[in-house]
Every structure is written in C-alpha cells, then in structure tokens.
Design a protein around this ligand. Structure first.
Ligand code: S3P
Length: 188
C-alpha cells in the first residue's frame, strides 16, 4: 500500500515552512529577541526586532525618544513601524512589550501572522531586565512593582495570541523548541 503522507523529517524545524510571519509578544525580559533570532535561523527566514527598527527610523535610542518626545510619540512610531514590518515575505518579528496593546497593531497581527506570547514568571523577568538599563518605563523605579502592575493589565491581552509558551528560568532553546512544536499543529 502506498501512502500520500510526506516523509517524516528528522528535524522538527526542517518540516516547517513559514507561510506567514511569526510575531513574538510579551513583557520586557520575556526573551522575545533572543528566542526570535534563534527561531528565525532555524526556520531560515529573516529576523527583525521592532525596537531596533524604531531606533533606526528615528535615528535615536528608545530612551532618547521617550525623553525628547514622550511615550505617545514612541507608541505612534511603534505602530507605524510594525505595520510596515508585517508586509512582505514571512519573517520572525520580536515586538516591544507594549506593541500588542495597540488595538490596530493587534488586529493586523491576528489577521496576517502567527502570534506567540512568551510569558515568564516575575522573578525571571526581574532578573532579565536587570541586565540592561535601556527601558524607560523601568528607569528609577522598582522593576518588580512595575512589571507586576503592567502584567496585570497586559497578560489578558497577550493571552489573545495564537500560541502561548512559558520561558521561565529554562534556557531559551527550550522556548524555541516549544514554539516550533506548537507551530506544527497551528491551523492558520
Ligand atoms: C516597552 C518594552 C520595550 C520597548 C520600550 C517599551 C514596554 O521593549 O519597546 O521600552 O512598553 O513594555 P522590550 O519588550 O523588548 O524590552
């Protein structure tokens, strides 16, 4: 008896062809950029980080944008940059922690992409954000308090993503593996 099933491939990623962009959402410190870079290389597509793109478009760092023009201006740039990134060939896109909160951005992502919420417990987020001091929302504040308060508001919204994976203290390669596995059964 002959079978029409495709051959089983040894590598999980080898059997995946990304038909639409994969957008990573979640809190600061969740690991979106590190996980995204690795996912993109395994899926053999480009990786883009929306924060990096905003900084290049503005010719300024994110702290400078917040300081000179305020958060609202940053959010407007973020919305425009992400809608541009969503066009074109499928890629992996890591978004800044506030991007998915914007209704227009969220709808675009839901309509045209695979969305993945990477969550992590508070201890993990606090440890990871303490490695860098380039996040204006945390400067001069208690990161645990800010992250906890933002999480209350944001987590129900991140939960609207197609896929949810946890990236607690485990290595980022675990998170990458979880996402590749979830993508295989994604119906989109
Ligand atoms: C923000 C997260 C940051 C950056 C900006 C605002 C947020 O990105 O976009 O500082 O509102 O959570 P990361 O999530 O990559 O740290």
């Amino acid at each position: 008896m002959t079978s029409n099933n495709p051959p089983v491939l040894a590598n999980q990623e080898a059997s995946l062809k990304l038909g639409r962009s994969l957008v990573l959402v979640g809190m600061m410190g969740a690991g979106k950029s590190t996980v995204g870079r690795s996912l993109a290389s395994q899926l053999r597509v480009d990786f883009v980080d929306s924060d990096d793109e905003i900084q290049s478009a503005a010719g300024m760092s994110i702290p400078e944008i917040f300081e000179r023009f305020g958060e609202e201006y940053f959010r407007d740039g973020e919305r425009r940059v992400i809608s541009r990134l969503l066009e074109g060939v499928p890629k992996v896109i890591a978004t800044g922690g506030g991007a998915f909160l914007n209704e227009e951005t969220r709808q675009l992502i839901k309509d045209h992409c695979h969305s993945v919420w990477i969550s992590a417990d508070l201890d993990t987020l606090v440890t990871r954000v303490s490695r860098r001091n380039n996040r204006p929302l945390l400067v001069g504040k208690d990161p645990r308090k800010v992250l906890s308060e933002l999480g209350e508001i944001r987590n129900p919204i991140y939960a609207q993503a197609d896929i949810h994976v946890c990236s607690d203290m485990a290595p980022h390669s675990n998170t990458v593996g979880q996402i590749l596995k979830a993508l295989q059964s994604c119906k989109k």
